[in-house]
Every structure is written in structure tokens, then in C-alpha cells.
Design a protein around this ligand. Structure first.
Ligand SMILES: Cc1cc2nc3c(=O)[nH]c(=O)nc-3n(C[C@H](O)[C@H](O)[C@H](O)COP(=O)(O)O)c2cc1C
Length: 185
């Protein structure tokens, strides 16, 4: 499988990264696949300027690191999103990357994939799951979404995801499930 991982967090080894690791384990380990990681916080990715060039099929005119993301995303069988909630939505670096994917928005580039979304949050998450469900329904892809609270409301303390083995197992099972689906098809 071609697997693209979009790390929406700035925390290397943070909550969403740890869920992604568990997921990849379920998928048989990342070396079992052609796995490409992108961490937009460390990349040169400009904001979409809505210039409209891509509407005519000419692609994106901005020459930055999105030019590496486009072919990898297009070829991906599985796209994994690590999405910690910032003000109830995905982080701005992940949103900026998705805005730029507008340049290749079509069933050809978005369809036939397994999209996996890991949302981590303290107290509130917004419409990110619905957002992905809409994209996958329209494009003919599958949506696997998991939301995970990383905060104990009783003690008022953050709970690192590594202290939540059941949730890590859940992420691992999503990997196993996708492997099953892909092997059966
Ligand atoms: C700037 C900022 C904004 C945040 N906004 C929210 C929020 O709106 N809702 C929420 O539940 N948690 C919010 N959080 C908490 C993070 O989503 C949470 O700690 C998450 O587990 C971090 O995941 P990571 O370790 O992968 O970065 C915010 C954290 C930061 C730094």
C-alpha cells in the first residue's frame, strides 16, 4: 500500500503521533508499505491565494513543498491525518495543506482511499469528523475516524495518550481493519 501520513501536530511523539504509531503497527508496520510522512509545521507551504488557476486544470502555481505532497497524496491508498484540536478545529498548518489540495480536488485524486483521522482534544472538538465524512462520501473513499480526549475532567490534568492503552489498541485495530479490507479486495 501507498500510505501518506499528515502530521498535524508540532509535537513530535505527541498524542496524535502516538496514535498514528499504533495505527501503523496495526497495518503491519510502516516498512511493510510505501509510507511517506509529511509534517507541515516544518515545511514550506504557502496559503492558498484562491487565484483560480487550478480551476482550469492547470494545477497550483505556487512552487513550494506542496509539489511533493500532490503526487504522494494522489497515489496514496491510505491517508492518515493526525489532528489535534486547536480552537475546536484542525491545526492551521494542516488546514493550510488541505486548502492547497483544492488544486487536485476530484474523484480521481481523492477517491478509492482509506482516510484515517485521529482527533485529540482536551474538552471540545469541532466538525472535523463531519468534514472528512463529507469528503469521503463524495469521492468514494472510506472514512475511519477516532476521537480521543487527552484530559481528565475530574482531576483537571492532561492525560498523555500513552496512559490510555485501550485507545492505542483501538488505533491499532483501525490499521488491522484496513489491511483486511485491502487484502479482501
Ligand atoms: C493553541 C492550542 C489550542 C487548543 N485548542 C483546543 C480546543 O479547542 N479544544 C480542545 O479540546 N483542546 C484544545 N487544545 C489541546 C490539544 O488539542 C490537546 O492537548 C492534544 O491532545 C494535543 O495533541 P498533540 O500532542 O498531538 O499535539 C489546544 C492546544 C493548544 C496548544
Amino acid at each position: 500500500m501507498n500510505v501518506v501520513v499528515l502530521h498535524g501536530s508540532a509535537h513530535v511523539g505527541g498524542d496524535t503521533d502516538t496514535l498514528i504509531d499504533a495505527f501503523l503497527k496495526g497495518l503491519g508496520g510502516e516498512s511493510a508499505h510505501n509510507t511517506i510522512h509529511f509534517r507541515p509545521i516544518d515545511m514550506n507551504i504557502a496559503h492558498c491565494r484562491a487565484c483560480g488557476n487550478c480551476l482550469g486544470g492547470g494545477g497550483c502555481v505556487i512552487d513550494d513543498e506542496m509539489q511533493n505532497v500532490y503526487p504522494a497524496f494522489s497515489k496514496a491508498d491510505a491517508v492518515v491525518l493526525g489532528a489535534p484540536m486547536f480552537w475546536g478545529y484542525m491545526t492551521s498548518q494542516l488546514k493550510t495543506l488541505f486548502d492547497r489540495l483544492e488544486a487536485i480536488v476530484s474523484e480521481e485524486h481523492f477517491g478509492g482511499k482509506d482516510f484515517v483521522l485521529f482527533v485529540t482534544y482536551r474538552s471540545y472538538y469541532g466538525s472535523t469528523v463531519e468534514w472528512l465524512q463529507r469528503i469521503t462520501a463524495w469521492s468514494g473513499s472510506r472514512c475511519h475516524a477516532m476521537t480521543c480526549q487527552t484530559f481528565d475532567t475530574e482531576t483537571g490534568r492532561d492525560v498523555p495518550i500513552s496512559d490510555l492503552p485501550d485507545r492505542l489498541l483501538e488505533a491499532e485495530k483501525i490499521g488491522q481493519e484496513i489491511l483486511r479490507i485491502r487484502e479482501a479486495s
